[in-house]
Ligand binder design. Sequence first.
Ligand code: MOS
Length: 695
Amino acid sequence: MNAESSAPTAAGAVGAARPRVEGRAKVTGGARYSADEPVPGLAFGAVVVSTITRGRVLDIDVAAVQDMPGVLGVIDHRNAPRLNPEAGHFFGPDGGLRLLQDDVIPHPGRPIALVVGETPEQARAAAQALPVVYDVQPHDTEFFFGHPAGRPASALFDGPVDVGDVDAGLAASAVVVDERYGTPEEHCSAMEPHSATAWWEGERLQAVDSNQGPYQIAVTLATLFCLPPERVRIRVEHVGGGFGSKGMCGPQLILAVMAATRFGRPVRVTLTRDQVFLATAQRPATDQVIRIGADADGRLRAIDHVAAFELSPLAEYIEGCTELTKTLYAAPAIRTRLTAVPLDILPPYSMRAPGAAPGSFALESAMDELAERLEMDPLKLRLRNEPVVGPVSGLPFSSRNLVACLRQGARRFGWADRDHRPRMRREGSLLVGTGLAATSFSTGAFPSTASITAEPDGTFTVVVAATDLGTGARTALTAIAADALEVGVEKIGLRISDSDLGPAWSAGGSRGTASWAWAITEAAAKMRGPERPATVTVDTTHLLGELPSRERHAYSAVFAEVTVDPATGEVRVRRLLGLFAVGRVINPLMARSQVIGGMVGGLSMALHEEGVRDPVSGRHVNPDFAGYHIAAHADVPDIEAEFVPDHEPGLPMGVKGAGEIGNVGTAAAIANAVWHATGVRQRQLPIRLDRVLED
Ligand code: MOS
C-alpha cells in the first residue's frame, strides 16, 4: 500500500457501531485476567517493600518466617539472580528494573524481598511478619522549580526550541500573561492490580502478565535475565486498564521470574493496592512557567514555556510538558525549556497522556488568562491563532481539524450566549461558570508485524502481538482485518496478546491501533494480490521510514460547566462536552467510550487526583483508594463526546488514535470554568476545596 493513499473499504465493518467481541466473555465472567490463569502446582509470592525512603538494608531475618505455615522461602538481594544493568525501556537503561541486586534503598516502596508460599495468604502472612533492619539515610523528595539538582531533561523528544526572538516579542506585546502552574504526582490507578505468573517449560520461560505490550516486555525481560529473546514467551489475555503503568516490565513479573527460577515451580505475584501505588508507574509532579504575549487584537507574538518535572536518578524519563506549545498555536516566537529534577522517588513513567496532560493544563489556562486580560472571547482567541504549518517545525499538518472541533463544540454547548466576565452567574447559593480548552495529542505509528493465513474453510487467521487493555482493540482489529480482506467479520479469527506472535508496538502512546492496523492492512493487500499466498507475514518498519514528515496530531475542544459552592469550596462539574478529531473512527461505540473515559480522567486530574507526599518521611500518605481520590460516576452527571469528520492521509484506514486525547484539555477547561464561576484562577491542581476557599 502506498503510504499516502488510503484504500476504500468495501466490507464496511470499519465505522460500524459493533459491540465488543469479548463483551459476552467479560460480562459472564469467562474472560481471564492474568491472575485468573489456571496453572497446576502454583506457588504465590508476596512482595515486601521498603518502609524507609532512602538507606540500606542491614538485615532481613529470613529464619524468623522460614517455619511459618506454607512458606517455601524468601528471595532478597543476597540470593536473587543477577540482572543485566543494560535492560531498560523506551527511555534507556532503567535501574528501577534491577530489583534485589544490592542492599541499597533508593526510594520509598522499593521491593526488597519476595516471600514465596503455598497460598497467597501464607505468603502474605510471612511477608508481613518478616523482620527487616534498616540503616536510614537522609532523603530529598521535595520537588520545586529551581531545585539545585535540576538539569536539562533528556532531549530524546520534547527538546528545547528557540524560534524567533521571544524577549522582543513579549516586550512588543500589548498584553502579557506571566504565570506559574503546577500539577502533583498522580497515579495510573488501573482497576486490575499488576499480576504475573511465571514458570519454566524446559528451556523456555513462560509468563502470563498484566501489561500493555507482550512483545516489548518479553524483550526487556530477556535482556534483564540475560536470555535469548526466543526463550521468553509472555501472554496477556485480558487487561483491566493500564494507563501507562503496564507499559513497563513490572516488579510483579521480574519477581515472579526470580521465584519460578529459584523454586522450580510456577509462581504468581500479585501486587497489593498500596504496592501498585508505591512500586509501579506514576506521573511526576510538574512546575511550569508560561509567558504569552499578544497584540490587542489577540494575535500571539511570543510564547515562552519553561517546565520542570521530577524523576529518579535510577532511570531517564521525559514528562514532555512543552510539546503542545510547539504546535498548537501560531506565534512568531516560541521558546521551550524542560528541566528534570532527580529526587529519591520511584522512577516516574508514562501516565495517561504523559506530558500533554499537565502541559495543556498550563498552556490552556494561560491562554484563558490572556483572553481575560484582552477582554476577548477565549474561543475567538484560539481561532485567531490557528497555524497554517507547524509553528516550530515548519512542516505541513497531515490533517488539522481543531477549528471544526471548536466551532461545533461551541454550537452544541451554547457558547455564544456566554457572558465572558467572571462571577456573573448564580443559582441560589452556587456560582456557575463555563470554560473551554483546545488541545492536541501527537499521533503516528510504530513498526509492527502481522501475519494472515487463509484457512481451508474460507476463514482467515489474523495474528498480531497487540494487547486489548479494555479499550476494544480486539473488536477494532477484527473490523480492520475484515475490511482489508473484503470479507465479513465472521470470517476473521484474530489472535493477539502473545509475544510469540512477533514484534509489535504496545498499547501505548495512542499508537496501538494505527501501528497494528498498518501491519494488518499491508498483509491483507499481499494476500489479495495476484499470487494469493496461503500465509503472509509483513513488517512495517520500511513503510514507516517512507512516511513523509508531517505534523500528525489528533485534536479536541473540551467545554465544561461547573458549579462552585462558595461556602464549602466544592466544585461540581455539571456538563462536559468534548469534540474530537481522531482520524477515522473505527468503531464509534468504543471510540466514544474511550474518549469519555479520557475526559473522566481529565476531570479526575482537575479535581481529585494527588499523590500526597510527607516531606518528613518522604513517603506517600495516601497510597490507596481511600486517600487517593479518583472521579466516580457521581462526579459526572452529564458527559458527551462527539467526533468531527477527520482522516489521517498518511496511515492506512485514515487512523490517528483516540487513546489519550480525551485526557488532554479537560483539566484546563474545568479550571477555566472555575475561574469564570469565581473570578479566581486555580493554577495548582487538583482544585481542592481548601484551595477554592483560600481565595
Ligand atoms: Mo500510555 S500513558 O501511552 O500507556
